[in-house]
Design a protein around this ligand. Structure first.
Ligand SMILES: NC(=O)c1ccc[n+]([C@@H]2O[C@H](COP(=O)([O-])OP(=O)(O)OC[C@H]3O[C@@H](n4cnc5c(N)ncnc54)[C@H](O)[C@@H]3O)[C@@H](O)[C@H]2O)c1
Length: 257
């Protein structure tokens, strides 16, 4: 990573891609703040580093997010990089899925992004510098059977981040919206334990978190807003844009309904 000794804030830093990014930034000498509900996960992320600190924060609680961001800025200084990783992913057929679970996904995956954005981005814009990274997904482009509620949150993340980017063009802040395929992290277990679509079985092995973090860094350097960590992800999104009916046909065939 080219820039070191920055202040990095990572939501969902207690696991998966947030952990991968946090440990890399920490190894490069950055001051890293983790926001997560999972305290044990954050301890594991921070293990071996004295430049990583953890805050147990629920990203759906705007007041708590603002208070924690103020503590981070007092401890480390203004936030230079924000990675919005916190999310959940319970799958299910929409009419069978619990009402509260559908709303909870939107509150965390999208509402959490709104909260951390309003707590951190105004400072970045005022300072005229910073990196703002949202984690959408290929699911933010391609709806499928059994993934509707999660997919809706990722469509929202993508629309929100794209609009933010355009409302703040040329202000000095770099924006990225990350659209990975399946990544080998604990998040997948939530999908597998609820209603895993056969379509996802057919897509090969999940990629490593490191591949995604590398792709983000590369896209930030090159000024690319959408981050597609694999060629297949890029092709999948293109197919959805050009031939949505064909994808739906395949989805119905594979799922068998
Ligand atoms: N893993 C994948 O296949 C995949 C693919 C595409 C996009 N993504 C997206 O990438 C991002 C990172 O995913 P991951 O795979 O590293 O997930 P992960 O499950 O490994 O980590 C997510 C973290 O978010 C935390 N979290 C959940 N609810 C929270 C809340 N209310 N407040 C604070 N923290 C909370 C969890 O405790 C967990 O530590 C997510 O936005 C996810 O939707 C993941």
């Amino acid at each position: 990573m080219a820039d070191s000794k920055r202040v990095v804030l990572i939501t969902g830093g207690g696991s998966g891609m947030g952990r991968e990014a946090a440990r890399r930034f920490a190894a490069a000498g950055d001051a890293v703040a983790l926001f997560d509900l999972n305290t044990q996960g954050m301890e594991e992320t921070a293990a071996g580093f004295d430049n990583v600190r953890s805050w147990q924060v629920d990203v759906t609680d705007f007041e708590a997010v603002c208070a924690a961001v103020a503590e981070v800025e007092t401890a480390f200084g203004p936030v230079d990089r924000l990675y919005n990783c916190a999310a959940i992913m319970p799958f299910g057929i929409l009419l069978e899925q619990d009402n509260a679970i559908i709303h909870k996904q939107m509150a965390i995956n999208y509402g959490g992004l709104v909260n951390i954005t309003q707590a951190v981005l105004p400072g970045m814009v005022a300072r005229g510098r910073g990196d703002f990274v949202s984690f959408a997904s290929m699911a933010g482009w391609i709806p499928m059977l059994k993934t509707g509620a999660y997919t809706a949150t990722k469509f929202a993340v993508r629309a929100f981040t794209e609009t933010l980017h355009h409302e703040n063009l040329n202000c000095g802040v770099r924006f990225a919206c990350v659209c990975p395929p399946a990544v080998a992290t604990p998040l997948l277990k939530q999908g597998k334990e609820s209603a895993w679509p056969k379509m996802l079985e057919n897509q090969g092995e999940p990629i490593a978190p490191a591949v995604v973090i590398d792709a983000i860094e590369d896209c930030l350097q090159r000024g690319k807003f959408f981050v597609y960590p694999t060629r297949d992800a890029k092709i999948g999104v293109l197919m959805r844009r050009l031939l949505p009916g064909l994808i739906w046909k395949q989805v119905h065939q594979v799922e068998g309904f």
